[in-house]
Write a protein that binds this ligand. Structure first.
Ligand code: ADP
Length: 282
């Protein structure tokens, strides 16, 4: 279809489409120019605790007084709303801009879950639609001026992380893994992905690293331990710390309040990871 009116309102021709995209680029740039640090939380595999790390990192930073935005771009399996107890609460808008959830005084959250009438609904979207939604979350959300934007990406190296990298040029990756080889081999792919796309890797977090028996205090390395640190050392990547297996993490997330019952040992380990991140982004 062609259009020679060059108006602001329609996007039916390539011209108008380009214009709309340019306008969106400008809004994205305006927002990102005011964000000090942009962290992409990635993993090679699903289920390793990437969203858990993203959510807890966001909460911990916000509790230190930093202004934090947490953006869930795991569009096919968003879990941030569930972890933070936001499921079923619809997102609001102010004019044509979406209002993020205000989780606490310093933490704003945006997730596709807030746009779904049924939280169990599956999104059957191909690349272009996913790219459009992620760009819209960046361009058309009424974010505050942020110290940290934390992006929870789906596992792997698909459209979503690629879109984030192409849109947020100065993002840094936080790669989450569990210690066993099956997860580490996928992390090597994540590292290769970061290198090929020139995404700086801030560091690796080893999650589910050892289980401290609450009865006898003995440490059981159910998924082994130390694999993440070893890989980081081999590749010359920062090791940001390790988090133990903590059944109370599951309980806390299941009630939508991640820090509610978290054990002191996990809190301490998380504090180390967060402090390392604050140190490294400087
Ligand atoms: P991912 O985002 O990598 O798919 P999630 O963060 O959704 O993984 O975590 C998957 C499951 O593992 C969740 O039930 C979560 O509560 C649990 N989990 C994550 N980290 C830990 C941990 N350190 N100890 C115990 N359970 C954990």
């Amino acid at each position: 279809m062609s259009c020679d009116k060059n108006c602001d309102t329609c996007a039916t021709s390539d011209n108008c489409n380009d214009k709309a995209l340019n306008e969106q680029d400008k809004r994205i740039d305006t927002f990102l120019s005011k964000v000090k640090h942009k962290l992409m939380v990635m993993s090679g595999k699903g289920g390793v605790g990437k969203s858990t790390v993203a959510a807890n990192l966001a909460i911990a930073l916000s509790e230190k007084g930093y202004n934090v935005g947490l953006l869930d771009v795991d569009l096919h399996g968003p879990s941030i709303a569930g972890i933070l107890g936001l499921t079923g609460i619809p997102l609001n808008a102010d004019g044509d801009r979406l209002l993020p959830y205000q989780y606490n005084e310093h933490l704003e959250v945006m997730t596709v879950q807030g746009l779904l009438a049924d939280p169990d609904e599956a999104l059957i979207w191909r690349g272009p639609l996913k790219i459009g939604v992620i760009r819209q979350f960046l361009a058309d959300t009424k974010w505050s001026e942020l110290d940290y934007l934390i992006v929870d990406c789906p596992p792997g190296t698909g459209d979503e992380p690629l879109t984030v990298i192409q849109t947020i040029k100065d993002a840094q990756a936080v790669i989450v893994t569990t210690p066993q080889e099956v997860s580490l081999s996928d992390v090597r792919k994540s590292i290769s992905f970061c290198q090929q796309t020139q995404l700086e890797i801030l560091g690796i977090v080893e999650n589910m690293s050892g289980f401290v028996c609450p009865d006898c205090g003995a440490v059981h390395n159910i998924f082994k331990s130390g694999g993440g640190a070893k890989l980081a050392a081999e590749r010359g990547i920062n090791f940001l710390g390790k988090l133990p297996i903590d059944p109370q993490v599951v309980d806390s997330e299941d009630i939508g309040n991640p820090t509610a019952a978290m054990s002191p040992k996990t809190k301490e380990a998380l504090e180390t990871v967060v402090n390392n991140i604050i140190e490294k982004v400087k």
